[in-house]
Write a protein that binds this ligand. Structure first.
Ligand code: SF4
Ligand code: SF4
Length: 297
């Protein structure tokens, strides 16, 4: 069945699929508890500790977790003011549609098959799952790194009730050159393979409400009004990263937003025009605010 699954995934342009066990992730529980104790959480993560560390809290009959990678890199565009991760149509849509295809395929193949699919919006740590599924290894910058696509991958998973044989994690880490540590605008890469998300520029560009002087100074350190690619751009594992083979990530690219256009759009017009882009979920005012901070308007 696992071979059939991999073949099906390949047929819908998913090159990297692995299986993580459905169990209490004791190792990750320790890491997550430490992050909670230090207050190094963004608030976007699952708040229920048990659900965060055990897929069976989400699907009681879970027997395995299918994990898929979605490489998205298309190269950095000149004049970009958005993160590379948001140039294309929203990755939640591109990856989510494929995960549903996998779920429907397995429903036809396996009587009584049930699943819950997630892309960056699920209770578990998608990077930890991908590591457990043997799809990559951790960088000091906290990213999951793959041999072929570097860290330019989105991760999706299906918690499900079929006992697919788990894969083995890769026993390696990044080159530990510390380039990401010194280049990080928020100086928030802690050196133990975790970061303090509260000082991460990517998080701050998504944070609503008033920002402190320190937070604004971090946002100002590079020209992106959404996200921050620095710790990926400097990483040696990304220098030869292959470009995406998934068409949806390589078409209708939008690397930059125009401030004046943004300013003139009503909220409704903004949603109509950009509602299928991942940078739109916080609305246009956060993007305008970031632009104004960076350009001191
Ligand atoms: S995304 Fe930017 S601010 Fe966040 S950890 Fe990486 S380099 Fe630092
Ligand atoms: S930049 Fe160096 S230290 Fe940072 S994740 Fe990449 S290899 Fe590791």
């Amino acid at each position: 069945m696992k071979e059939k699954l991999i073949r099906f995934c390949n047929s819908i342009d998913i090159e990297c699929t692995g299986i993580a066990p459905a169990e209490r992730y004791t190792e990750f529980a320790g890491v997550w508890k430490k992050q909670l104790d230090r207050g190094y959480v963004s608030g976007f993560e699952e708040r229920d500790f048990k659900r965060r560390i055990d897929p069976r809290e989400t699907l009681p009959e879970a027997k395995s977790v299918i994990v898929c990678l979605f490489p998205y890199y298309t190269g950095r565009a000149d004049g970009a003011n958005l993160s590379v991760s948001t140039y294309s149509r929203d990755y939640h849509l591109i990856a989510g549609e494929r995960l549903e295809l996998i779920g429907n395929f397995l429903k036809k193949e396996i009587p009584g098959f049930v699943y819950r699919a997630f892309v960056d919006n699920g209770p578990l740590s998608d990077r930890y799952l991908a590591y457990r599924a043997g799809l990559g290894f951790f960088g000091i910058n906290g990213h999951l790194i793959t041999e072929k696509y570097g860290s330019y991958v989105f991760i999706g998973y299906l918690i499900n009730n079929y006992p697919f044989e788990p894969d083995k994690p890769q026993e390696r880490t990044c080159r530990q050159c510390l380039k990401c540590v010194s280049a990080c605008p928020g100086q928030c890469i802690l050196g133990d393979f975790t970061i303090n998300p509260l000082k991460c520029k990517s998080y701050l560009t998504q944070k609503k409400g008033a920002l402190s002087e320190e937070e604004m100074a971090i946002i100002r350190r590079n020209s992106l009004i959404w996200g921050c690619d620095v710790c990926q751009e400097v990483c040696p594992h990304n220098q030869q990263a292959a470009k995406t083979a998934i068409a949806g990530f390589a078409e209708n690219l939008l690397p930059a937003l125009d401030y004046r256009e943004l300013k003139e759009l009503s909220n409704r017009e903004f949603r109509q025009k950009y509602g299928d882009r991942s940078f739109s979920w916080r609305g246009k005012n956060v993007l305008l605010r970031n632009y104004e901070i960076i350009n001191k308007l």
